[in-house]
Design a protein around this ligand. Structure first.
Ligand SMILES: NC(=O)c1ccc[n+]([C@@H]2O[C@H](COP(=O)([O-])OP(=O)(O)OC[C@H]3O[C@@H](n4cnc5c(N)ncnc54)[C@H](OP(=O)(O)O)[C@@H]3O)[C@@H](O)[C@H]2O)c1
Length: 161
């Protein structure tokens, strides 16, 4: 299983339920990576999706609420229930897509993290673990620096050390 995330310099990932940046090439990268696969997300991230469940992907939503219904998605109520559901999935095409709580819950189960590193800081209330400071993760690939509207970013791949 992989995680996919866009972080700022202090590993901020969101504020008030929204993303910090909208970078078109990052959206295309996310779509290209995840299409045809499975995306796993928390209830808050699911509810933040402007068009509801992501098309051409199996959507799985985690919530502790037994009554929660998510149109176009399978609902899971615990990490154990999720892990048995995805047991026979292709782990290369199974993605944890956030948010903060769900990354924290499932990062130990991931072997790869696709990190879009945005060279900026924005006020954030939700963060990703600092993988650069963690002995558990090693930077294995890094794209050249790209830029959109004056904001620089790189696509980075981290693998379990
Ligand atoms: N930059 C990025 O790449 C990126 C990606 C995704 C999201 N985000 C941002 O992240 C923020 C949302 O993150 P968040 O941490 O607030 O919320 P979240 O992780 O999307 O969802 C949290 C919810 O997941 C459910 N949950 C958590 N642990 C669970 C468990 N063990 N079992 C079952 N359900 C569980 C709970 O739902 P219930 O309350 O219903 O029980 C909880 O309220 C937003 O700002 C969003 O834009 C950023």
């Amino acid at each position: 299983m992989k995680a996919i995330v866009a972080v700022t310099n202090d590993f901020g990932i969101g504020k008030d339920g929204d993303l910090l940046f909208n970078i078109p090439e990052d959206k295309r990268f996310f779509r290209a990576q995840t299409t045809g696969g499975t995306v796993i997300m928390g209830r808050k991230t699911f509810l933040s999706l402007p068009g509801g469940a992501l098309k051409n992907r199996e959507n799985i939503v985690l919530t502790r609420n037994p009554d929660f219904k998510a149109e176009g998605a399978v609902v899971c109520h615990s990490a154990d229930e999720l892990l048995s559901l995805i047991d026979n999935h292709d782990s290369d095409k199974t993605f944890v897509i956030g948010g903060g709580e769900i990354y924290s819950l499932l990062l130990d189960r991931c072997d790869t993290i696709l990190v879009t590193k945005i060279d900026a800081v924005r006020e954030s209330d939700t963060f990703f673990p600092n993988v650069d400071a963690s002995p558990l993760w090693t930077l294995s690939e890094e794209s050249e620096e790209k830029s959109f509207e004056g904001v620089s970013y790189r696509f980075c791949t981290y693998v379990k050390s």
